[in-house]
Write a protein that binds this ligand. Structure first.
Ligand code: CTP
Ligand code: MG
Length: 246
């Protein structure tokens, strides 16, 4: 059944979905790869459309697949589909250009985070609504993190040969966070950050940071894992099979 969006909602959600999925291995654009029989993008858009404050969804699709993605999503929810760019930032910029100025809150949500619970998406929007200009969902870092450098001489030749590295420091992980999506912004904050952007970044809050905007963290969810490598697809399949969903 096609979801209805809320014409009086205050949120537009941009879904960058134009990546190649190189790290997932051969098999076509990642957003169109199947998870439990349905493309990742379908899983992601269904969850976005379940959020009651969402007025509009804009998907940035691989340029060659704009029509196919429009047809794929038509039965799921009313979605605007634009052609993505070579970098994620460009895909987000093109999707952002499709959002009318009177939508006050814009969320940017990776199609690759296909199992993100609607409640988490709404909590990001609610934090922006409460007054924060930029909001990101985060998780604590579980691994010990080391800073490394190429192994110094006299083993430099060996270092090049085998890619050897030495530890130069251990980072205090208690002050580190892993960042997820959706990332939420006041519309004008995200628009200004994209206009000011120089180098491509992998997240939109990084643009806001560079523009001097405070970025507020709220709790993320393990279910919002980014499907990146083949093992992530196996984990996501298992979560669905065991009905571990939000
Ligand atoms: N993305 C995009 N346009 C790009 C690159 C990425 O819209 N030019 C999207 C991806 O489709 C994904 C999200 O940004 O939903 C996060 O990117 P990532 O997980 O890196 O996906 P890919 O770039 O597809 O994967 P890889 O880096 O392994 O090729
Ligand atoms: Mg990528």
């Amino acid at each position: 059944m096609t979801a209805q969006l809320n014409a009086r909602g205050d949120v537009a959600v941009l879904v960058p979905a134009a990546g190649a999925g190189v790290r997932l291995g051969p098999g076509g654009p990642k957003a169109l790869r199947l998870l439990a029989g349905e493309p990742l993008l379908v899983h992601a858009v269904r969850r976005v459309a379940a959020v009651s404050s969402v007025r509009m969804i804009v998907v940035a699709a691989p340029a060659a697949d704009v029509e196919a993605v429009s047809e794929l999503l038509a039965p799921i929810a009313p979605v605007t589909v634009v052609a993505g760019g070579a970098e994620r930032q460009e895909s987000v910029g093109r999707a952002l250009a499709a959002v009318p100025a009177d939508v006050p809150i814009v969320l940017v949500h990776d199609a690759a985070r296909a199992l993100t619970p609607p409640a988490m998406i709404e909590s990001v929007a609610a934090a922006v609504r409460s007054g924060w200009p930029a909001v990101i969902p985060v998780l604590p870092v579980v691994d010990t993190i080391k800073e490394v450098a190429p192994a110094p001489a006299p083993s430099a030749v060996l270092a090049v040969a085998v890619g050897a590295e030495v530890v130069v420091g251990t980072v205090d992980r208690s002050v580190l966070r892993s960042v997820q999506t959706p990332q939420g912004f006041r519309h004008e904050v995200l628009a200004a950050a994209h206009v000011a952007a120089r180098d491509p970044l992998t997240d939109d809050a990084g643009l806001a940071e560079k523009a001097g905007i405070p970025v507020t963290c709220i709790p993320g969810s393990e279910l919002a894992l980014k499907i990146t490598r083949p093992i992530d697809l196996v984990i996501a399949e298992a979560l669905l099979a065991h009905k571990v969903t939000g």
